[in-house]
Design a protein around this ligand. Structure first.
Ligand code: VAH
Length: 319
């Protein structure tokens, strides 16, 4: 049985349906601190879980006979800079609770890390798994802590900890939750709504990205990989990379030649400037089969196709 924390978030919601399709509805316990929206309500089992409350989390693990935890609760990069105390609490104390319970109850833990774990002194192109890691955001600092503590618990106590460093994840069905890569989702909503977008990153800011389907397939692969296949506990994963101006060009090609973008960089530019432009992910491909298939052109096609109906409906007369 699997417990998913942060199950109403951008990744959690898709991960829960993927896990349920594979393991059976009852074998995946979704949890969050929010109340599911109307459409999500029948998707049981769902429980309230505050990752900061270790006793309550333990009760869920014991009551539901949990074997694996997919830990998606986190405060993302931009949100963490807006509220550092909350970022530290959720990302560090929340993870420590999960890890300690994994030790006590013999759980496998998959907790994603991020390219945000790198920092301004990290080499930016084809960044390898092992390199300088001195991030300067609360998000990055807390994710490096997570990686190191997970490895420590694995080494010392045999906890089966697994992690992958996600690039920016793009999705149409679930909104992003306060990251620096959110522009690459916002741009499609803005293009369909008013055919113009003001981007909070500069035009040439190249960042690694992946479409959510690749991300979830990869996460499942790592979660299910046999222990012996893993030569490390934390893996870079990269699918494609682009800058806001390249993405805007593709939106013009596929959606409207008149699509207009302007740039008004804010504090998130400072965060993006510390992250890699591309990541090397050979170990993930070799050890457990990471093999993303969706590139930039496909991402634009999929996002426009998925989001267009809602905007067409809201533009219809009488609505
Ligand atoms: C963020 N999308 O922007 C997240 C992320 C890779 C970056 O983890 O904060």
């Amino acid at each position: 049985r699997v417990l998913v924390t942060g199950s109403l978030g951008q990744l959690g919601s898709t991960m829960v349906s993927t896990l349920r399709a594979k393991l059976g509805q009852e074998n995946v316990v979704a949890s969050d601190i929010r109340k599911p929206a109307r459409g999500q309500r029948d998707l049981g089992p769902f429980v309230y879980a505050d990752v900061l409350n270790r006793r309550a989390l333990e009760q869920i693990i014991v009551d539901h006979g949990i074997d694996w935890v997919v830990h998606f609760s986190a405060i993302l990069s931009a949100a963490g800079e807006r509220n550092p105390a909350l970022g530290l609490d959720v990302n560090i104390n929340g993870f420590q609770n999960v890890l300690e319970l994994a030790r006590i109850h013999g759980l496998r833990v998959l907790s994603p890390s991020t390219m945000g774990a790198f920092g301004p002194t990290t080499p930016k192109d084809m960044t390898p798994d092992l390199t300088i890691m001195r991030p300067n955001t609360i998000y990055g600092i807390s994710k490096v802590h997570m990686e190191l503590l997970g490895e420590y618990y694995c080494e010392k106590f045999g906890v089966d900890f697994r992690s992958l460093r996600y690039p920016g994840i793009i999705s149409a069905d679930s909104p992003p939750g306060g990251g620096t890569t959110d522009y690459a989702i916002d741009i499609f909503h803005a293009a369909l709504k008013q055919n113009r977008y003001t981007c909070f990153l500069r035009p040439e800011t190249r960042l690694p990205m992946a479409y959510i389907d690749d991300c979830i397939v990869g996460t499942m692969q790592l979660l299910e990989a046999p222990q012996e296949a893993l030569t490390q506990r934390v893996y870079n994963v990269h699918a494609c990379d682009f800058s806001p101006e390249e993405l805007a060009d593709e939106v013009r090609r596929q959606h409207s030649a008149d699509f207009a973008i302007d740039y008004c960089p804010d504090f998130r530019q400072g965060i993006a400037d510390t992250w890699p432009r591309t990541m090397a992910d050979e170990p993930a491909r070799r050890d457990w089969g990471w093999n993303p298939v969706i590139g930039t052109t496909d991402i634009v096609r999929i996002m426009l196709a998925k989001l267009a109906p809602a905007y067409r409906a809201s533009a219809a007369p009488g609505r």
